[in-house]
Design a protein around this ligand. Structure first.
Ligand code: BTN
Length: 265
């Protein structure tokens, strides 16, 4: 094998047959790239991976810093379920990314899922998931965008961030991490298909950050503080308010380690 072929072999991810990989040096957003190809009829399993993104997108319209060195990928799924049920795939991706990240540490490291779709190492965010679902004539089209901080993390974020290398992970090579992530996504998708959301929910709760603790949830019009009781059978967050009422949150930003139980506008 000549040097170029050897480099190609070690750089190019080796993925299970389910995935149709499109590897790009740079793109605006891997999720945009999947969207364009999905509209043109791409099938389930399309996986776009880019070394860097120029317009990476996060949840709630936020920017996702995407310099080269980290992992940016988006997966196309076409589950034959209604859109509300397709939201479960955010938790499927969450447990898959958590497992993948945890497997990269040679010594025990606490890797947790933060509602709805973040992954934390210690108290800091290492990965984020952006789930975009569109109703189709039959079923739902879902684009699962995943960003994992491997060697860089942003410094000025509303939630503290970290990256794999600075946490001492065994590898931070994007191609190798993508291989592990793909295997993990496939395994957890299979669990979802065969055992249903109950099994995903149980695993997610086993690794949930802040469960049973006081957290605050930032909503568009107010911030609520209460005890994080659980997630319900649709994945919504159950927040036990100081007055005793249970508030069901379907979208918002969670902050952990909130000392006092109080509500504020
Ligand atoms: C978040 O935590 O806000 C979600 C971040 C998702 C970022 C990934 S990177 C790959 C894919 N392409 C994007 O533009 N966004 C997602």
């Amino acid at each position: 094998m000549n040097e170029a072929a050897a480099r190609q072999a070690t750089n190019h991810p080796d993925l299970p047959p389910f995935f149709q990989l499109v590897a790009l040096e740079s793109t605006e957003s891997t999720s945009n790239e999947v969207e364009v190809r999905a509209q043109a009829g791409a099938s389930e399993g399309l996986l776009v991976w880019a070394r860097q993104q120029t317009k990476g997108r996060g949840r709630q319209g936020r920017h996702w810093e995407s310099p080269s060195g980290n992992l940016y990928c988006s997966l196309l799924l076409r589950p034959e379920v209604e859109t509300a049920k397709a939201a479960e795939l955010g938790f499927v991706a969450g447990v898959a990314v958590r497992d993948c990240v945890a497997s990269l540490f040679s010594k025990e490291q606490t890797v947790r899922c933060k509602w709805p779709n973040d992954i934390l190492v210690g108290q800091s965010k290492i990965a984020g998931i952006l789930l975009e679902a569109t109703v189709q004539e039959r079923g739902t089209r879902v684009i699962v965008g995943i960003g994992v901080n491997l060697v860089n993390h942003p410094l000025e974020t509303s939630y503290p961030a970290t990256d794999l290398r600075s946490q001492g992970a065994a590898t931070a090579d994007p191609a190798r991490v993508l291989e592990r992530l793909a295997g993990s996504l496939l395994r957890w998708r299979e669990v979802w298909l065969t055992e249903g959301f109950g099994a995903i929910r149980r695993t997610w709760l086993e690794h949930a950050a802040g469960l049973g603790e006081d957290i605050s949830v930032r909503l568009p019009d107010q911030t609520l503080v209460g005890k994080f009781e659980s997630i319900d059978e649709r994945g919504a967050l159950e927040l036990h308010l100081p007055g005793g009422e249970m508030h069901i949150v379907t979208a918002g930003d969670v902050f952990l380690n909130q000392p006092a139980m109080k509500t504020s506008g």
